[in-house]
Write a protein that binds this ligand. Structure first.
Ligand code: HEC
Ligand code: HEC
Length: 262
């Protein structure tokens, strides 16, 4: 009887160490009272995200890396102007959406990339197109682990204030605001989903429900539909403002691009 007892004690100790290690791992995905959607996932899904060989979103990152160096006819490649993305794009995604001097309003990362498509003398890439998701994921990946820090003052202040208003506005047949779920119902279940804080630190995300990658604006539209509200088009200023506010709510959380979500 002695041996099994010793084995089970060791087993318990190992299990305790495993739990402690898992909790320590999760601590990196928490900042103050902010918790990444990562901390709401099942351990298998978390493991899928953190293993870069298994993370399905890495296919888009790799495609983005390839596109980075492709010079379109009559234009320069991204690399032609920005050189090594690991240097020039480091920290960029952590600070978007951001006020843009040319457009005189706040824009998000996809819109910034499309602004540069213009510099390449190329038409804008469509929302949710493979290319735009790939370039956004590749640029985002260069900020992996860096804390989210968007500017909300100065010329971004108006956009931030509108985003906060949008976030708190009740909408749809269910008459629910974003806050009604992502602040008041955190941890509750909505059909098969556990409601998280609705953080924005992992976009674009690979969503298992969609079986593909999706932008932050696709996610907001999905949430609008969940309460049977009207959606705005991707790239609308309403969504950019909401994105800025939601990103600020997650200040200090690490960039996780490409996050894997249910
Ligand atoms: C002809 C030169 C040129 C090319 C080609 C170019 N860019 Fe840019 N890019 C710029 C300039 C200039 C800026 C800064 C002004 C601005 O914000 O638009 C910039 C800014 C950016 C930023 C924001 C950086 C920051 O610190 O806020 C991102 C992201 C970006 N480019 C991505 C890309 C991607 C992706 C491509 C390829 C699809 C690309 N760029 C192609 C010139 C270029
Ligand atoms: C009826 C409840 C509900 C409402 C209202 C709602 N959402 Fe969500 N939201 C969800 C659910 C469920 C998910 C998927 C599970 C999760 O990550 O919370 C989700 C996911 C998200 C995510 C992805 C989080 C991550 O970790 O990747 C973001 C961002 C988000 N919502 C933003 C919003 C915004 C902005 C609004 C308001 C326009 C909103 N949500 C309104 C239920 C809601």
């Amino acid at each position: 009887m002695k041996r099994p007892l010793a084995v089970s004690v060791v087993g318990l100790l190992l299990a305790a160490a495993g739990i402690a290690a898992a909790q320590q791992d999760l601590a990196a995905y928490v900042s103050g009272d902010r918790r990444s959607g990562f901390t709401f996932l099942a351990p298998e899904t978390r493991a899928l995200q953190t293993d870069e060989f298994r993370n399905p979103g890495m296919l888009w990152v790799e495609e983005g890396e390839r596109l980075w160096s492709v010079a379109p006819p009559g234009g320069q490649s991204c690399a032609g102007c920005h050189k090594d993305a690991a240097v020039s794009m480091k920290g960029v995604a952590a600070s978007y959406p951001a006020y843009d001097e040319e457009q005189k309003h706040v824009i998000n990362l996809e819109q910034q990339i499309n602004q540069c498509r213009g510099r390449q003398k190329q038409p804008a890439l469509a929302w949710e197109s493979r290319e735009l998701l790939a370039l956004t994921a590749y640029v985002g990946r260069q900020s992996l682990g860096m804390p989210v820090a968007v500017k909300i003052d100065g010329p971004a202040a108006q956009s931030f204030a509108r985003g906060k208003e949008e976030y708190e506005m009740r909408r749809g047949q269910l008459d629910l605001s974003c806050a009604a779920c992502h602040e008041s119902q955190v941890g509750a279940k909505l059909r098969a989903e556990v409601i998280s804080q609705g953080q924005m630190n992992g976009f674009p995300i690979y969503r298992q429900l969609w079986q593909t990658m999706g932008s932050s604006h696709r996610m907001i539209a999905w949430c609008n539909e969940a309460v049977r509200a009207e959606t705005y088009p991707a790239g609308s200023q309403e969504y950019v403002d909401l994105e800025l506010y939601a990103k600020w709510r997650g200040r200090g959380l690490p960039v996780e691009t490409p996050a894997v979500r249910r």
